[in-house]
Design a protein around this ligand. Structure first.
Ligand code: B1M
Length: 220
């Protein structure tokens, strides 16, 4: 039976990311999973909080790139374990649609995109993850190749989000824009920006991405 996992546990998990303590992170995750912890909650309330703190410190200049990379490494390792659990929980569901997802060209951040991909998959969508630094034409090619229903684009860099509009333009040129829905997300992305570039939806976080995907593809 699932035991209650309290905020103190999530704080400890967040601290392992801040401290770049991979062993303790894995130990705590396994302990939480054994107690029936929700893996998405562990990402959002634990690991995610830790990496955001490191990012803020980096932004303020009180933490430097090696620490940021070390913390991201711990986060990635933890997310990989939790992803596997999330995907396993969604394994038996029928497909609600096919989504090709990637981080746009110029951006190598992959943690948030991978979380969204895992959560969509767990909720019944077929997900093709194109990875990071994805050129506009690779998105377009993947839509045809996989007969996708939706293109999902992620970016964390203010300088790279304009690429999302470029991808939409390339979809239009390939006469695919009417055939696929487009969802965008990532920290610098807003609903206003999504409207401006002509995306169909903006996902604030992984749970919101699932809700919006249901609205986009629900009537299929
Ligand atoms: Co970078 N980085 N980073 N970084 N990094 C940020 C984003 C930054 C805000 C840090 C800061 O300055 N405070 C800043 C961007 C500033 C800006 O442009 N607005 C920044 C910078 C500047 C950089 C470099 C340029 C640094 C440098 O080299 N000088 C460089 C980028 C190089 C490049 O891409 N070309 C860089 C590199 C890195 C690392 C490699 C060290 C590492 C990434 C490792 C990896 O991904 N494998 C890294 C990290 C870890 C971060 C922070 C700390 C954390 C990002 C993260 O993983 N968050 C970040 C600071 C921050 O976010 N506060 C920062 C956790 C993740 C779960 O959340 O990705 O937001 P997030 O995803 C969420 C939602 O946004 C949403 O759902 C997800 C789950 O809830 N979402 C979607 C995301 N995509 C979605 C798609 C959807 C729907 C929802 O639909 C399709």
């Amino acid at each position: 039976m699932a035991e209650t996992i309290g905020s103190e546990y999530f704080d400890r998990l967040a601290k392992t990311v801040v401290d770049c303590d991979k062993n303790e992170c894995i130990r705590l995750i396994n302990e939480g999973l054994a107690k029936g912890m929700d893996p998405l909650e562990a990402i959002e309330k634990g690991l995610g909080k830790g990496i955001i703190k490191v990012g803020d410190d980096f932004g303020e200049g009180s933490c430097f790139l090696p620490e940021l990379i070390g913390a991201a490494d711990v986060m990635k390792e933890g997310v990989a374990i939790l992803d596997e659990k999330i995907r396993a929980e969604g394994k038996t569901r029928r497909s609600l649609g096919k989504v090709v997802i990637g981080t746009v060209k110029g951006d190598i951040h992959d943690i948030g995109k991978s979380v969204v991909a895992a959560v969509l998959q767990a909720n019944g969508y077929d997900v093709v993850d194109l990875g990071i630094d994805v050129e506009a034409d690779r998105f377009v090619k993947a839509v045809t190749e996989h007969n996708a229903d939706c293109v999902g684009m992620s970016s964390l860099l203010t300088l790279a989000i304009q690429q999302m509009g470029t991808v939409i333009e390339h979809l239009r040129q390939a006469k695919l824009r009417d055939k696929v829905k487009v969802m965008v997300g990532g920290a610098p992305v807003t609903q206003e920006f999504a409207d401006e570039i002509g995306a169909d939806a903006f996902g604030y976080d992984a749970a919101d991405a699932v809700r919006k995907m249901e609205t986009l593809l629900g009537d299929r």
